[in-house]
Ligand binder design. Structure first.
Ligand code: UT7
Length: 330
């Protein structure tokens, strides 16, 4: 007889970590001015809502940020490292070309139980992709207790001579423990990609013949990304709600990818959600790509706004072009 499969996967703990170096817009504007690049706190706040971001010090790698985030999530879930039987790290700024950051993190956590660990690369949608994969592995009985992490050191791939991108991003990590459960749980997820738009947000360089080939810094057509993001975030949220048999009125909190306050507020308005149902950390974190959603989730769990029983809509959008959403009950 086959064992009974769990009906749901459920988030049982959250954690996050920001590198200590906080860089305000004024700090950054001063540093850029020294290179002849002009920007201002006023421009950055008006166009994006960002006031500060955190940058990792030299030598700090993606798994270094993921480690304290993972430990905090395990502590919140009341789990030990030995309980973990799956690690998925969403990142576009891994420690190495290979092995994956997830395996390096597994070793740093001291996990030696042979359970799978791998990275997911879907840029700013990465956490939604990772959560969806972990949910599927749990509900099909392949895992019981997963660590799902978004971790990024985007400062490493920024061109500090390009003011249209370097003021937008930051470093950090967010983690959740996702466990098999017969209580809800993830209620629905949806993933999308359209590779025809790869060029509007990319870091086109690669490594070959012992050299970096091409440009290894981030390039973005901000307006093209903005337009696509606004449309897909509304559509995918509605689609996931419909599949789960829910409506906008069921959403207690919306946690969209934290890239631009104007996109986030526009999405909330379209979903008829009041401002206090929108979780915002872009002001303090900047855009931390795959880390932004779990960082925002953990911030709102720790300040007491998000509690057990709340229904959350998580939404990612970014390079690829990729997008997706996850509706869940905490
Ligand atoms: O993480 C994946 C998802 N990413 C996103 O969602 C990003 C989506 N895009 C955006 O958030 C916005 O397009 C940006 C914040 C990137 C840019 O805002 P915008 O309102 O689209 O500005 P813009 O690109 O139209 O630039 C307006 C002006 C330009 O000057 P001119 O041509 O009007 O003279 C830029 O050169 O602002 C100038 N500018 C700046 N000025 C001061 C661009 N960057 C800066 C800067 N400081 N940092």
């Amino acid at each position: 007889m086959s064992p009974t499969l769990p009906r749901y996967s459920r988030i049982t703990g959250t954690g996050s970590h920001l590198p200590p170096r906080r860089v305000t817009n004024d700090d950054l504007a001063r540093q850029l001015a020294a290179r002849g690049v002009e920007t201002s706190d006023q421009w950055i706040v008006e166009r994006t809502g960002i006031r500060a971001r955190h940058f990792a010090d030299e030598g700090v790698v993606c798994s270094d940020l993921a480690l304290p985030a993972a430990r905090a999530a395990l502590a919140a879930a009341g789990r030990q490292t030995d309980d973990v039987d799956l690690i998925i790290v969403a990142t576009s700024t891994p420690d190495m070309v290979f092995p994956s950051t997830a395996t390096l993190l597994q070793a740093k956590l001291g996990i030696a139980n042979g359970s799978p660990a791998f990275d997911v690369q879907a840029v700013c949608s990465g956490f939604i992709y990772a959560l969806t994969v972990a949910d599927a592995l749990i509900r099909t009985g392949s895992a019981q207790c997963a660590l799902v992490i978004g971790s990024e050191v985007f400062s490493r791939i920024l061109d500090f001579d390009d003011r249209t991108t370097c003021v937008l991003f930051g470093d950090g990590a967010g983690a959740v423990v996702l466990e098999a459960s017969n209580e809800p749980g993830l209620l629905g997820t949806e993933l999308h990609a359209d590779g025809r738009h790869a060029g509007i947000l990319c870091t086109p360089g690669t490594v070959a013949g012992g050299k970096v080939i091409g440009d290894p810094t981030l390039k973005m057509d901000g307006q093209a990304v903005f337009k696509l993001a606004v449309g897909v975030l509304e559509d995918v949220a509605r689609s996931v709600l419909a599949k789960a048999g829910k409506t906008e009125a069921d959403i207690d909190f919306l946690i969209p990818h934290q890239a631009n306050i104007r996109i986030m507020q526009g999405t909330a308005r379209k979903l008829k959600l009041p401002a206090d149902k929108l979780i915002v950390t872009v002001d303090e974190h900047g855009n931390t790509s795959a880390a932004s959603i779990p960082l925002a989730l953990d911030a709102a769990v720790r300040d007491g706004r998000i509690r057990r029983g709340h229904t959350l809509m998580l939404e990612g959008v970014g390079g690829g072009f990729t997008w997706g959403a996850a509706l869940l009950e905490l």
